[in-house]
Design a protein around this ligand. Structure first.
Ligand SMILES: Nc1ncnc2c1ncn2[C@@H]1O[C@H](COP(=O)(O)OP(=O)(O)O)[C@@H](O)[C@H]1O
Ligand SMILES: [Mg+2]
Length: 329
């Protein structure tokens, strides 16, 4: 029986420090998520060895004794944090599920990722980066409203109702907040009104596009000025609708863009691409997540249901893509 190592970061392992923003541990998993993933892997006929976070991995690196590692570790600090586990495994020649260090760093850094999107003609909102609110001058190449995000975070970290800004004063204040609280540059983007979608992708050469999921906020699909803030994560004001209510033309556009984005950053085994679609029906790629949540409350569970397989089977499908890629099955 093949042995699958599991690397992850637990919310409960994170110790809050002074001056940490309230969402500092947002990207880490609940112990119950790790339990269901471990059970899902076991149900597909494998033995699971729980390794834990990057520190536990370092301690055990010389006697891992696994055939492959299923990595969902987000890491603690900096824009390379998601790459720390993969780069150690790569160094030791241990195969792992999911994208490699280069892809993980490149996509966690939204500015770098957007440069790739532009080079590949993947539509993404116009943007600029700003390191210091005092150097903010005119923004004549962009029109308000804008949205201010941290340059390298996920899980809607740093996003609140104040993130959408309608004038210079609000913009400056929000840039000050992001650069101060998150100790990184701010990414300022054109705010896209309209609707929001997210698309899960599984596998390699060719990757498979899962049914499109639509984001409903406060009971509305036409989101206009509403967007996915950190406060929404734990609230019932946000719902996922699968399959999304889209016509065939938009469905095709979004699916094609999702696949091109996945391939452009060389995502492996699984990933999820976030979109906003403006009132003219033009889809914009916001970001790609090569380590999307696999929680049973999240998108992968929904798409499993929609394609008629179980949660265990969709985890098995991701694992199988990696085993195939490494010629291990
Ligand atoms: N340019 C934008 N226009 C409108 N809404 C946006 C824009 N960028 C982000 N958002 C909103 O903020 C949420 C989080 O942004 P995203 O870029 O996906 O970062 P992350 O999920 O990594 O925190 C999106 O799901 C969307 O609701
Ligand atoms: Mg997102």
């Amino acid at each position: 029986m093949k042995k699958v190592g599991l690397t992850y970061d637990l919310k409960t392992d994170y110790e809050f420090k002074e001056n940490d923003p309230p969402d500092a541990n947002a990207e880490f998993d609940h112990p119950s998520t790790i339990d269901v993933i471990a059970q899902a892997i076991e149900s597909q006929g494998y033995k699971v060895k729980r390794i834990g976070n990057v520190s536990s991995l370092i301690e055990n690196l010389d006697n891992l004794d696994v055939d492959i590692v299923f990595n969902i570790s987000e890491g603690l600090y900096g824009r390379n944090r998601e790459s720390q586990v993969p780069v150690l495994l790569e160094m030791k020649g241990v195969p792992f599920v999911g994208s490699d260090a280069l892809t993980l760093s490149l996509t966690l850094d939204k500015v770098m990722a957007k440069k790739i999107f532009i080079a590949e003609k993947i539509t993404t909102p116009k943007f600029f980066e700003i390191k210091n609110a005092n150097s903010l001058t005119d923004i004549d190449h962009l029109k308000f409203p804008l949205i201010v995000k941290p340059r390298f975070e996920g899980s809607s970290k740093g996003l609140s109702d104040d993130s959408k800004v309608d004038n210079m004063e609000e913009l400056k204040k929000q840039v000050e907040y992001i650069t101060g609280a998150y100790k990184q540059p701010a990414l300022v983007e054109q705010f896209i009104r309209g609707e929001e979608f997210t698309v899960a992708v599984i596998g390699n050469d060719p990757a498979e596009i899962m049914p499109i999921v639509q984001i409903k906020i406060d009971g509305r699909l036409k989101l206009e000025d509403k967007f996915y803030t950190f406060a929404h994560i734990a609230s019932d004001r946000l719902e996922y609708i699968c399959p999304a209510r889209v016509n065939n033309e938009l469905k095709k556009k979004i699916s094609d863009l999702a696949l091109r984005t996945y391939n452009a950053v060389e995502c492996k085994d699984f990933g999820r691409i976030d979109f906003r679609v403006d009132s003219d029906g033009v889809p914009f790629v916001l970001e790609i997540n090569p380590l999307p949540s696999l929680s049973t409350e999240d998108v992968f569970m929904l798409v499993a249901k929609e394609i008629g397989i179980s949660y265990e089977q969709i985890i098995g499908k991701i694992l199988n893509s990696a085993l195939e890629r490494h010629s291990l099955n």
